[in-house]
Design a protein around this ligand. Structure first.
Ligand code: KE4
Length: 422
């Protein structure tokens, strides 16, 4: 496979951009590869600057549930750009997208848009602390909630590949109010509440963990968190940056029937543009400036082009049978993939159109379990798939995404390539 132009581009990029990338996981260090430099993307495929085409299961980290470059989204965005791209003055598009979010996430009685998932989570946590007057935040090992200082503790995703449990450059004091405990561990949650309960501002969780690879909540775990936070007057925050509009039109809270006090959204909600959101109960959101004393702001928040992309995307997702069809296609594919990996000392964790292949003989229900996986085997597997024109998410601690644009042919080709690569 000809890769010269990407290799050259990476060398040049590395002279001007740390690690040659604008987000660490793109550097493909954990899989021992040189990053692709992408020319264009369409439907299920990305094409690099050497002209190689790949079936893409990373999908800009879960943004493109419709597939890349959907014509209806593209058309609306092109039209919107004709009117200018940012005003720093309100537009009705922001209200329209807020109404759509509220319709499908009724727990989000009020919504505020920001430009990244990190910003959404950082703001939701400040709000939870402002509302409760408490400081402690409970998170779960292996969950990743963006790169705000106080959340880089036992985090997943790219942090999982750092040798420290969190990032350097974060003063110890900044993380003293962050307690990270094992995912799915009810006893650990109970113990922390018994000890610190009335000092706990919020529990934040990825209701389906996707940043240690996919790890599902044990039956009843989410409603357990709902009950215990109610009991102690703490808030429950669902970080649905990945699961929002992914595992159902109403996200994980819609699929599992557990309503948090605050929710963060990202990826799909911006339709491929830098936009994310946080929202929740009226009485909590009322504390946000300019109404209340909790400050939060952003020059490009609610950007009209991003809002347009989000609106068009959600309109398409809310068409009847979209999720039913995607779930059916995904389940058939998962069943066949399960068969392909049987006897290979691997685990396949999945829900809806999300899946992770763990190189691990044992089941994976926590970050500790995930970290037992054989990352070297994963790296070899990644490189073999890449050589067969398949791009999966480049880390054992990430999720893969099936979109409406992945054809039966794409999925069959993937299954054959997995069989050969194993
Ligand atoms: P961003 O700031 O990267 O937009 O969102 C942070 C974030 C928050 N919450 C969850 C559940 C997330 O998954 C993320 C970001 N996801 C990673 C991929 N697992 C982004 C990829 C990257 O870091 O380049």
């Amino acid at each position: 496979m000809k890769r010269e132009l990407s290799i050259q581009a990476f060398k040049t990029a590395s002279q001007y951009i740390p690690g040659g990338v604008n987000s660490p996981v793109r550097a493909l260090r954990s899989v021992g590869e040189t990053p692709l430099f992408i020319q264009r993307a369409n439907k299920s495929k990305v094409t690099d600057i050497d002209g190689n085409e790949f079936i893409d299961f990373c999908q800009s980290w879960g943004v493109f549930i419709l597939g890349h470059s959907h014509p209806q989204v593209k058309k609306a965005v092109k039209k919107a750009v004709g009117n200018g791209t940012s005003y720093g003055i309100p537009t009705v598009q922001e209200t329209t997208l807020a109404q759509l979010v509220n319709r499908f996430f009724p727990s989000m009685e009020k919504v505020r848009f920001v430009s990244s998932g990190t910003e959404a989570v950082m703001s939701a946590i400040r709000l939870a602390r402002g509302y409760t007057g408490r400081n402690i935040i409970i998170k779960f090992d292996g969950c990743y909630h963006g790169h705000a200082d106080h959340l880089l503790v036992s985090a997943g995703s790219g942090v999982a590949n750092l040798n420290a449990s969190s990032s350097s450059g974060v003063p110890v004091d900044f993380t003293k109010y962050t307690i990270s405990i094992p995912y799915n561990d009810e006893a650990a949650v109970r113990a922390v509440f018994e000890k610190e309960g009335d000092g706990i501002a919020a529990v934040i969780i990825e209701p389906v963990a996707a940043n240690m690879g996919i790890v599902l909540p044990n039956d009843g775990f989410l409603s357990f968190l709902r009950d215990i936070t109610h009991r102690y007057g703490s808030l429950l925050i669902f970080d649905e940056v990945i699961t929002g509009f992914r595992v159902s039109l109403g996200g994980a809270q819609g699929r599992f029937g557990v309503a948090p006090d605050l929710t963060t959204l990202g990826k799909i909600v911006g339709g491929g543009f830098p936009a994310a959101a946080f929202g929740g109960r009226n009485d909590i959101m009322a504390l946000l400036a300019p109404e209340g004393p909790v400050y939060q702001a952003g020059t490009l928040s609610g950007n009209p082009i991003a809002m347009t992309a989000g609106i068009e995307t959600i309109k398409l997702l809310s068409e009847p049978s979209f999720y039913e069809d995607l779930e059916k296609k995904s389940n058939d594919f998962i069943e066949e993939l399960q068969f392909v990996i049987s006897g290979k000392e691997m685990q396949l964790n999945h829900i809806g159109s999300l899946f992770t292949l763990f190189f691990n003989p044992n089941e994976v229900h926590s970050f500790e379990d995930a970290k037992q996986s054989d990352q070297e085997r994963f790296a070899r597997f990644f490189r073999k798939l890449l050589a067969r024109n398949i791009y999966i998410s480049p880390s054992q601690f990430e999720a893969n995404f099936i979109s409406a644009a992945h054809s039966r042919k794409d999925l069959d080709y993937f299954l054959k390539a997995v069989k050969k690569s194993l």
